[in-house]
Design a binder for this molecule. Structure first.
Ligand SMILES: Nc1nc2c(ncn2[C@@H]2O[C@H](COP(=O)(O)OP(=O)(O)OP(=O)(O)O)[C@@H](O)[C@H]2O)c(=O)[nH]1
Length: 345
């Protein structure tokens, strides 16, 4: 997608999340949810609190913690290779299914107010990332890497190359935003395509691969023998013409371990099935809040959150740590587990 990211653009689209979006030639959206548009999650999203912004309507001017009521509270930038499902995730976030309708107007930013844990937060989800092209100005890419208050790095679980790109993006972000503690969530999308999986989450590979994951992702086995996906195995339960079901594509890497090494959160989603999409964006909100709370308290964010944890969780964490002391494998598992929990730091 191309984008005119003019600095200083005073777009009328920077507005309250619930303000209807004027679209050229289209009537303004009402506060009602349009029929057929799914909600993001079941409990937390405000109906009608969604809108899409056209190209050029976001800039680095709006501040994530800004209290200005016409500014989005937080900018969440989607990164990742082409075709991994960034737009589909953004559409799911926005509660819009008619992808063509959106593309017609070239929207790249979607604003929505979410109610998470009883509190409202507005996210502006920016889907403007473009792949690197030879000899092309990289200003747009660096702009994307600079404007986000949080990042969602998407890869497709059926495309190992996109996982490698995700790892590279994490490194780029780290070097560009070194001093900042910004939430980064690694997202393995297309989790519905189970039989074409090329990137594993956990299991045997965790033990086999993690010791060699330093520094990740360079030592992640990046070019293992790939079993080419023959297409028909992509549909869960589907077989070929003879009715024989082909063997599943083998898992080749360890996403959770990579997230752990990269110090970011990890979740698998299916934009197609709307699986974990609400959890993803609610997780982004929680990650942002945790950092804000930490800053406000002037303390280490982890200690602030610990107070909020339930007794059971704290007890479990304590026991985990106790056991972990005696076993490096368990320690790894414990750390790796927290990568999955988007409600803790
Ligand atoms: N099965 C399945 N297909 C998906 C999923 N998410 C996206 N797709 C499909 O993957 C293709 C690419 O999705 P997009 O959302 O356009 O991917 P993108 O990352 O925005 O791609 P670019 O716009 O080229 O950067 C489309 O055909 C989607 O329907 C998913 O969770 N499961």
């Amino acid at each position: 997608m191309t984008l005119n990211t003019q600095r200083g653009s005073k777009s009328p689209l920077r507005r309250r999340a619930s303000t209807p979006l004027p679209r050229p030639g289209a009537p303004a959206a009402t506060a009602q949810t349009e029929p057929g548009h799914p909600q993001l999650g079941y409990s937390s999203s405000e109906p009608g609190g969604r809108a899409a912004a056209p190209r050029g309507s976001w800039s680095s001017e709006s501040s994530g913690s800004s209290s200005g009521c016409w500014e989005p509270q937080y900018r969440v930038v989607l990164l990742g290779d082409p075709g991994v499902g960034k737009t589909s995730l953004a559409n799911a976030f926005a509660g819009v299914q008619e992808r063509d309708l959106l593309e017609q107007h070239g929207e790249v930013a979607y604003e929505r107010t979410l109610s998470v844990d009883g509190e409202e937060t507005t996210l502006l989800v920016i889907d403007a990332w473009e792949p690197e092209r030879r000899g092309e100005e990289s200003w747009h890419r660096s702009h994307c890497l600079q404007v986000g208050n949080a990042y969602v790095i998407v890869y497709s679980i059926t495309d190992h190359g996109s996982f490698e790109s995700a790892a590279e993006l994490r490194i780029q972000l780290r070097s560009m935003r070194q001093a900042e503690d910004i939430p980064i969530i690694l997202v393995g999308n297309k989790s519905d395509l189970v039989r074409c999986r090329e990137v594993s989450v956990e299991g045997k590979s965790l033990q086999n691969h993690v010791p060699s994951l330093s520094p990740c992702p360079v030592s992640v086995p990046v070019s293992p023998p790939r079993v080419p996906c023959r297409g028909f195995c992509c549909a869960p339960g589907a077989g070929d013409a003879s009715g024989a079901v082909p063997p599943p594509c083998p898992p080749l890497a360890e996403a959770r371990a990579c997230a752990m090494m990269f110090d970011c959160k990890f979740i698998e989603t299916s934009a197609a099935l709307q699986h974990n999409v609400a959890e993803l964006f609610e997780g982004v909100v929680r990650q942002l809040r945790l950092r804000l709370e930490g800053k406000e308290a002037g303390a280490h964010p982890a200690s602030v959150h610990r107070r909020k944890e339930s007794l059971t969780k704290r007890a479990r964490r304590f026991l985990d740590r106790l056991v972990a002391r005696n076993s490096s494998k368990v320690a790894l598992k414990v750390r790796s587990k927290s990568c999955h929990d988007l409600s803790v730091l």
